[in-house]
Design a protein around this ligand. Structure first.
Ligand SMILES: [Zn+2]
Ligand SMILES: [Zn+2]
Length: 145
């Protein structure tokens, strides 16, 4: 778990995306019921983020990552995909009947130390293995390669 500190500025205080990156409240993996506590000090400008999307309606979860993109860009992309039903596994899920934006919850759960693609992918796969978000219990359709 890497903490990356950057000075807080007015822009970040007003930002609606930054708070999503600095959650200190515990979160639950629904596949095994375990509760994890994380402490990250990130902003929406942080890169190399592992994020966790939870559907609060069906308790399904999706792990993803950013590489060169900042978390803000990733968040915007997710919202665009959802609004336009772009066919990603996340967009498909949240366009199911009975879902609204209110069921979409995203938090950052880790930041990787570098931008090395291999370690990033390994880390992401590791998270998916550990937490089992593939298959019927999660939204990750297949493991990332
Ligand atoms: Zn921000
Ligand atoms: Zn759902």
């Amino acid at each position: 778990m890497t903490a990356f500190r950057r000075p807080t500025n007015i822009r970040d205080i007003l930002c609606k995306t930054c708070p999503l990156t600095s959650s200190t409240s515990p979160f639950k993996w629904y596949t095994n019921g375990r509760v994890f506590s994380i402490t990250l000090n990130l902003s929406c400008h942080s890169h190399n983020i592992i994020d966790l999307i939870t559907c609060t309606k069906r308790s399904k979860q999706y792990i993803g990552k950013t590489k060169k993109n900042s978390f803000r860009t990733r968040f915007t992309t997710h919202r665009f995909d959802l609004n336009n039903d772009r066919g990603t596994c996340v967009a498909k899920h949240f366009n199911l009947d009975g879902h609204t934006h209110q069921h979409f919850n995203i938090i950052t759960i880790d930041q990787l130390p570098g931008s090395d693609n291999i370690s990033l992918l390994n880390k992401d796969n590791h998270s998916i293995h550990t937490f089992g978000t593939t298959g019927p219990h999660g939204m990750n359709i297949k493991e990332l390669q």
